[in-house]
Design a protein. Structure first.
Lengths: 438, 438
């Protein structure tokens, strides 16, 4: 069927916050404030988070919403150069309205998806930073507009027990999503296969909390070679989360914690049908000597019980939705990153679903129902259904300026500079994008 | 349409040789013979190739054709424990007949796909080993049964100029395939992006030689963590060659050497539709700042000009064959590896193509025509068409025993031993499977 964009109800399971300067003001104990991360303006005009010896710039690709594509790049930016919707919640909601997005789950930027920036020597300080971030995010950012944000907590990545405690603490505030890493071993912690993490798995199962694993959250990017062009990494980015999916699918975690649920955030869906075919064939050919045992189920069945996938604009995945599982696919906007079609995402999605022959029942699952069920989230408790559609939200945003806030006044990097910076990102690990302060 | 397996004509673009003990007898100059690699029987009963300090065992997964799946594993084996078709060419042809395979391209085993075992300090010695291997392979193995083998050369991986010379030398003997690495940078050589390789690219273009890049040929396997189960690596294996495809597709190589052609051997096809969708979107969103320029073509067009894909048993890829390109898909048997359905591969393939609605014209391309065109190979110059079908070849093999030659008389490894051995493979690099002699 053909879909009218205005009639859709959209929940995006992957968007991003560029953290504001006052992040730690209200929630960090006074004794830690002097040493907390803070935004400073560098001589080159970029606003960066400085934390001890480390600087985390805000890479332009992470906040290009509204820019012409000619202005994409990897230059650091100042807050004046990006949309205020990146870091001011009231402005964010206006930008969501302009794109017809009812609700959104927001991943962190400068701490890294697994908050490994906060894994400092003074563990008490690190824990205070995680808690302050989570309180700010849940109480202030999400709390400012009930029904508009799916709250998500940062993990205590260096301590499974304390991480479990934090999951329980935020669950009491209604938060059922934990940003986690696609590969703890790559960060220097015990792997998914180590019983070390069992207290955390127990906590997420007890509290109905989804492990939201964002691509790139291992701090590893796919650079086949140091001089590979940036396009290679951009191409491979959403395909490498299959490594995390395989690592978890074959692990003891799913067998011993049957209630655990995982979202492959920004992981895309186009690779999933072949992945499921491959795991079933692997099981059929090899389980007799590898010792895998899923009882009377196949690995693809197990995947569908435990994994939520999502896509921005993915013809292959939507076309093959029944090979993936219609209850396992959700949509994301990816605001304000460069893969996002904001503010025209509803038009792109409606066309894509129409071309793929999606039914109305299937569309409801993809656009919002799967996200609601998965994340124990009910926006309609706060926003009446008739005010929740793309059309109604856009009406509410009438007059809101969706052009960019300010054009960059800096020179574009040369191709050689792009390459040099890119290599630096690859070597530094883009999970946080941290650099040593010069 | 429904396909009768007996009517198919099958050319397999990926099978494997387990090299025989007399490999170097006829073709290596006398002065190098004392130091050449040789097969020795270890105390544990395994036949291994010993070369200086290095031992390369023949891992059981690499030669399980005919075995019940309970006997798969990673134990080293003796030659008596594997089918003689693995290493004796007349027996190989009988095994091909029993499976109805007209022609086959055979990758090496103990030297590694890129022959990096021969990259020794004495470069003259190394070059002599490469040449001796190639002469043995082309003249003896392939030469014994004209029309039954697509000849393929090993590269001089440590020297682009000498590699170019070798490509020209073997092309004069009718060899138009070069086994190469998916990532030279991972082996410690200049990357695909370095002009260092230009003499080789010139030579393969001049001689109409296909770069046949086998998965795993970078010596890197996908182990998310040291304690990931073996199933994880098996799952991810055919999906990681997308990294090589991306690295080459965005490189200057394809732009500056428009005649270059690459086969993604054992790379599978199920991931390709999404990959092509992804590269086109990447181009659309990012080329203005990354500087990529394909003129009036899209990256997916460029892929179809340069890349041949292949599959063993891949429903997703065959179903989406028109998203991949019907002229870019070929079939492989993978004898005698564990992913192969030998000797029942024709039945598996016929059923798969029937279910996917493949037409007769499409089936001819997939089963043999694409392989013939791609590798400048014409089996019908030697084997009349009416003797080339699965049915005719199987008739010729009547009475040939397709059961296993001998059951293993060794204890199966325990799960812990499997895991330990697996980790050792991962750390040692499975490109050759080389171990230090104990």
């Amino acid at each position: 069927m053909a879909f009218a964009p205005e009639g859709l109800v959209l929940i995006s399971v992957d968007d991003h916050i560029i953290e504001p300067p006052d992040l730690f003001d209200a929630h960090l104990p006074e004794r830690f404030k002097a040493d907390a991360p803070r935004i400073v303006r560098r001589d080159d005009g970029a606003d960066v988070w400085r934390f001890g010896e480390v600087e985390v710039p805000n890479v332009a690709l992470n906040a290009v919403a509204g820019r012409p594509k000619e202005e994409y790049g990897v230059e650091p930016q100042s807050l004046e150069e990006i949309r205020p919707g990146c870091f001011i919640v009231d402005e964010r909601v206006k930008d969501m309205n302009a794109c017809g997005v009812l609700s959104s789950m927001n991943f962190p930027s400068f701490p890294g998806f697994a908050a490994r920036l906060f894994a400092v020597e003074d563990e008490e300080f690190g824990l205070a930073l995680v808690r302050a971030y989570n309180d700010w995010h849940i109480d202030e950012w999400c709390g400012a507009h009930p029904g508009r944000f799916i709250p998500m907590a940062l993990p205590v990545i260096w301590d499974a027990e304390k991480c479990a405690d934090e999951v329980r603490r935020v669950a009491d505030k209604g938060c059922h999503s934990l940003s986690f890493t696609e590969n703890p071993a790559a960060l220097g912690y015990p792997s998914f296969h180590d019983p070390y993490w069992d207290p955390l798995w127990t906590a997420v199962c007890d509290t109905d909390t989804v492990l939201s694993i964002h691509l790139g959250s291992s701090g590893q990017l796919s650079f086949p070679a140091p001089d590979s062009p940036p396009d290679v990494m951009i191409t491979l980015q959403p395909m490498n989360i299959q490594s995390a999916a395989a690592d978890l699918l074959w692990s003891r975690v799913l067998k011993e914690f049957p209630a655990i649920r995982i979202a492959l955030s920004e992981g895309s869906t186009g690779w999933v049908p072949y992945f499921l075919e491959r795991v079933d064939r692997t099981y059929d050919m090899h389980h007799r000597w590898t010792g895998q045992d899923f009882g009377d189920r196949m690995p693809s069945d197990v995947f569908r019980e435990h994994f939520l996938t999502c896509f921005i604009s993915d013809h292959t995945g939507v076309y093959l939705r029944n090979q993936i599982g219609i209850d396992n696919i959700s949509w994301e906007c990816d605001y304000p990153h460069s893969d996002s079609a904001w503010p025209d995402a509803p038009e792109e999605l409606a066309q894509l679903m129409g071309e793929a022959g999606v039914t109305e029942v299937e569309a409801a699952k993809i656009t919002h129902e799967n996200a609601m069920r998965w994340y124990s989230f009910d926006p309609f408790a706060h926003v009446p259904r008739e005010q929740a559609t793309v059309g109604a939200l856009r009406d509410a945003a009438a007059g809101h300026d969706v052009s960019i806030r300010a054009m960059s006044n800096r020179e574009k990097l040369t191709a050689a500079q792009v390459q040099a910076r890119w290599q630096n990102m690859g070597q530094g690990g883009a999970g946080t994008g941290a650099e040593r302060a010069s």
